[in-house]
Design a protein around this ligand. Structure first.
Ligand code: IVH
Length: 679
C-alpha cells in the first residue's frame, strides 16, 4: 500500500504535537492536555506507523522504547573530551579559587554561574541536524559506552531539538539522575519482587543506564539535566554560560531552574548556604554546587590543567556516607518498650559529625541488610536524620563476622522479649518495671484521659525518676510533699498542688484505670469496652484469651496483649499496690448481652476534617454513646465516614470504597433516628 500525502502529513502533525506535549509535561512540568488525550494521539500515531512503517522517523515518540536487547555496549568516542571538576570542601578553597581566577583574568570581580552538582552519571548527547543520534556515558573522559537506546527512553531528553534552525552538530553534556521518589518506588517494587534493593538513587540510575535491554531502562524512571556543551558546529554560541543554557532550554532540553549568576565570592558562598539549606527538600540528590566563570571567552582564557578546567570548581557538601567497621550490635530499649538493634561503629566522620552508632531499626532490617559484627558497612547521615547503616560490603566480610541475635530478655530489666506475628518490632514485656520505659509509662498514666494528674509532666517525671522517687507507677502515690518540694525549680505551692492532684486522681473510673495501665493495643475505646463488659477489675484479671475475645471489638491481638501483660507478676503487683494506695472506682454489673446491632450500634465510624459545631471529642462521644466505635483510618470495614471542612485522603478513600459519607447534620440525624429505633 502506498503512503498517501494525507498520512504523511498526519504522522508529522502527530509527532510534532506529541513531542510538544512531551516537552511541556516532562521538561516544563506544565502539562497542556489530559493524559488520556495524549494517549489517544500516541495510539493514533502507533496505528499509522504500523500501517505504513515507512512513516517511522527516529524522532517519533513511539521510538523511545521497543529496541531489542543488545549483547554489549559499543565504545563511543567523544568529539570533545569530557572533563571532570576539581573539588573544594571548604570556603577557603573557594576564596583561593576566586583569587586565582581574578588574578589570571586581571579583573576585580567575576560573575560565576552557580549550578547544582547532581549526584548521578555524566552523559554526552550528540545531536546532528537536530536529531539525537548518539548518547554515551562519560567513560574515561575521552570515550565512553554507547547507551543511545537507553538514553532514548528518558522522557525529558528530546529526540529532536525544537528550533527552526538547529546546529549541524551539538554535544550536550549533562547528568542522568533518578528522583528520590522514583528511587523509593523502585525499591518498594524490588522488595515486593524479592529482588535486591538499590543502595542509593545514583546506583539505581547507573544500573538502569547500563541495562542491555532498553525496555528495562524504560521501566526505571530516569531524568536528565543539561549543564554544558561539548563540540558544536554550525551555530554561534552565546557569550555567557547562562545564555548557553538558555539556548539549550529553547532547544527543549531540560536545564535546572535553581542555577543563577552570582557576582563575587561572597554571593557564591551565599548560594552554597542557600542550596545547602534547601537540599533535603529537593526531589533529587545533589552532592554540592558547581561554580563556573560565566563569560565563555574568560573560560577559554583560563583553560585547563590536566583534565579539569581552571574556570570551574565543585563545592561539595560534607559527605553523607562513609565506610566503617561494625564493632558490635547493641539493643536499645525505647520509651515504649520497642527494642532497637543499634550498630556500634568504629568512629567515622560523616556530614560534619563523628558517628559512633547507627540504627538498624529492627530484627528484620538486620537480616535484610545482612549486617554482621565485624562487617565493613556504608553509614549514612543527612541533616538531623539518625545515622543508619545503608549496606554491607560483602566482599570485605571477615570470616569470623558474627550474626546478630535478638535477645530473649530485655537488656534493661530482664523481662521477656516478645514479637507479635506480622509485626517487625520486638518489645520488652517489662512494661511498668522497665526503667527505660518508666518515664513514658508514668506520663501516660498521668495524662488527661487516663488518671488525669495535672502538673505531672515531662520535666517533673524526668526529675522524679532520675532522683529515684518513682520506680513503679504505685510510687506516684507514695511521694511526699517534702520530696517534691526538694526537686529543682519546684516551689512549695506547686509541690502542694501536685500532691493535691495526685490525691484527687485516686477517685477514678475503671475505664480510666485500665487505659492508664498502658497495656499495648488497649486504647481508650478498648478500655471502655473492657470496663463495660467486665464491670469489675477482678473479672478482667481472671479473663482468659477466650473470655477477652468475647468483648466487642477485642480480637486475638488485643486479647493476647492483655494476657501477656497480666502474665507478668510485677504488673499484677503494681495493680495491687495502686489499689493499696487507695485508687478506687465504682464497679458495675458485667454486661451480659450486647444490644442488637442496628443502624449505628456496632458500626464503625471514621471522622475527618473539621465539623462546623461539634468538636472531634464531642462527635466521638456521641457516636460511642450510640454503641458504635470511632477508628482512625478508612477501610472496607468502615460503615460511615463523617466529613468536615478540609477533609483529606480519608474522604477520597471513602469514595473509592463506596462508603456512606455523612456531614455533621447527617450524623446528628442518624443518631437521632437511632435513638428512636433502639430496642
Ligand atoms: S560540569 C567542564 N556541572 O560532576 C566541567 N558537572 O567531576 C565538566 N556534575 O562528571 C562538568 N553536576 O558528572 C558539571 N552542574 C554540573 C554538574 C556536574 C554534576 C558531575 C558530572 C561530572 C562531575 C565532575
Amino acid at each position: 500500500m502506498n503512503v498517501g500525502d494525507g498520512a504523511v502529513r498526519r504522522a508529522a502533525a502527530l509527532r510534532e504535537a506529541l513531542n510538544k506535549h512531551n516537552h511541556r509535561y516532562y521538561v516544563l512540568d506544565q502539562p497542556s492536555i489530559p493524559d488520556a488525550e495524549y494517549d489517544q494521539l500516541f495510539r493514533e500515531l502507533q496505528a499509522l506507523e504500523a500501517q505504513f512503517p515507512a512513516l517511522i522517523t527516529p524522532d517519533s515518540p513511539t521510538q523511545r522504547v521497543g529496541v531489542a536487547p543488545i549483547a554489549g555496549f559499543e565504545p563511543a568516542q567523544h568529539r570533545v573530551p569530557m572533563l571532570s571538576l576539581n573539588n573544594a570542601f571548604d570556603n577557603d578553597a573557594i576564596v583561593a579559587f576566586d583569587k586565582r581566577v581574578r588574578e589570571t583574568l586581571d579583573i576585580a570581580e567575576v560573575d560565576y554561574y552557580c549550578e547544582l552538582k547532581f549526584d548521578g552519571l555524566a552523559v554526552n548527547l550528540t545531536y546532528e541536524g537536530g536529531l539525537l543520534l548518539r548518547g554515551a556515558t562519560r567513560g574515561d573522559g575521552a570515550s565512553g559506552e554507547d547507551v543511545t537506546a537507553n538514553l532514548r527512553t528518558i522522557k525529558n531528553i528530546p529526540l529532536r531539538l525544537a528550533a527552526a534552525t538547529v546546529p549541524a552538530v551539538l554535544e550536550v553534556r549533562g547528568e542522568v539522575i533518578m528522583f528520590k521518589q522514583d528511587f523509593s518506588d523502585l525499591n518498594r517494587r524490588q522488595r515486593e519482587a524479592n529482588e535486591k534493593e538499590f543502595v542509593n538513587p545514583r546506583n539505581a540510575a547507573a544500573g538502569a543506564l547500563r541495562q542491555l535491554d532498553p525496555r528495562l531502562t524504560a521501566s526505571r524512571p530516569l531524568k536528565f539535566f543539561a549543564y554544558g556543551v561539548g563540540d558544536s558546529a554550525g551555530v554561534k554560541l552565546p557569550a555567557t554560560h547562562e545564555n548557553l543554557l538558555q539556548r539549550l532550554a529553547e532547544f527543549s532540553l531540560p536545564v535546572n531552574s535553581l542555577a543563577r549568576v552570582c557576582r563575587g565570592v561572597d554571593a557564591v558562598l551565599k548560594f552554597y548556604r542557600d542550596i545547602g539549606a534547601a537540599r533535603e527538600t529537593l526531589p533529587y540528590e545533589i552532592d554540592g554546587v558547581v561554580y563556573k566563570v560565566n563569560r565563555l571567552d574568560f573560560q577559554t582564557q583560563l583553560g585547563f590543567v590536566s583534565r579539569a578546567p581552571r574556570f570551574a570548581i565543585a563545592h561539595k557538601f560534607p559527605a553523607e556516607e562513609a565506610l566503617t567497621e561494625v564493632l558490635g550490635i547493641d539493643v536499645q530499649v525505647g520509651r515504649t518498650g520497642v527494642l532497637t538493634p543499634v550498630a556500634r561503629l568504629k568512629p567515622v566522620f560523616v556530614d560534619n559529625v563523628t558517628v559512633t552508632n547507627a540504627t538498624l531499626h529492627n530484627e528484620d532490617e538486620v537480616r535484610r541488610k545482612d549486617v554482621r559484627i565485624g562487617d565493613i558497612v556504608t553509614v549514612r547521615r543527612a541533616g538531623d536524620v539518625i545515622p543508619e547503616v545503608v549496606s554491607v560490603l560483602l566482599e570485605r566480610r571477615p570470616p569470623d563476622a558474627t550474626e546478630f541475635v535478638m535477645p530473649a530478655r530485655c537488656p534493661v530489666c530482664g523481662s521477656h522479649v516478645t514479637r507479635a506475628e506480622g509485626e517487625s518490632a520486638s518489645r520488652c514485656s517489662g512494661g511498668l518495671i522497665c526503667s527505660a520505659q518508666r518515664k513514658q509509662v508514668i506520663l501516660h498514666f498521668a495524662s488527661r484521659r487516663a488518671m488525669d494528674i495535672e502538673g505531672l509532666g515531662d520535666k517533673i517525671v524526668d526529675q522524679m525518676v532520675d532522683a529515684g522517687l518513682i520506680g513503679t507507677l504505685a510510687d506516684i502515690y507514695a511521694v511526699t510533699l517534702e520530696q517534691i518540694a526538694n526537686l529543682e525549680r519546684m516551689g512549695d505551692k506547686s509541690a502542694a498542688n501536685l500532691i493535691d492532684a495526685i490525691n484527687t486522681s485516686k477517685h477514678t473510673t475503671l475505664q480510666r484505670f485500665i487505659y492508664a495501665l498502658g497495656i499495648r493495643n488497649v486504647g481508650e475505646s478498648t478500655a471502655r469496652d473492657l470496663a463495660r463488659h467486665f464491670g469489675a477489675l477482678e473479672a478482667l484479671l481472671g479473663a482468659d484469651l477466650q473470655a477477652l475475645q468475647a468483648v466487642s471489638d477485642v480480637g486475638l491481638v488485643v486479647a493476647q496483649a492483655i494476657v501477656d501483660f497480666l502474665a507478668e507478676p510485677h504488673n499484677r503487683n503494681v495493680i495491687d499496690a495502686l489499689r493499696g494506695h487507695g485508687v478506687v472506682w465504682q464497679e458495675t454489673e458485667p454486661l451480659v448481652k450486647a444490644s442488637a446491632p442496628g443502624k449505628v450500634n456496632g458500626k464503625t465510624f471514621v471522622l475527618t476534617g473539621t465539623l462546623p459545631t461539634l468538636t472531634r471529642d464531642d462527635a466521638k462521644a456521641r457516636i460511642e454513646a450510640a454503641g458504635a466505635k470511632v477508628v482512625g483510618s478508612v477501610s472496607k470495614k468502615t460503615d460511615y465516614v463523617v466529613v468536615g471542612e478540609d477533609a483529606g485522603s480519608k474522604l477520597v478513600k471513602a469514595n473509592e470504597l463506596g462508603i456512606t459519607i455523612l456531614d455533621e447534620v447527617g450524623l446528628i440525624a442518624l443518631l437521632k433516628e437511632n435513638e428512636g429505633t433502639e430496642p
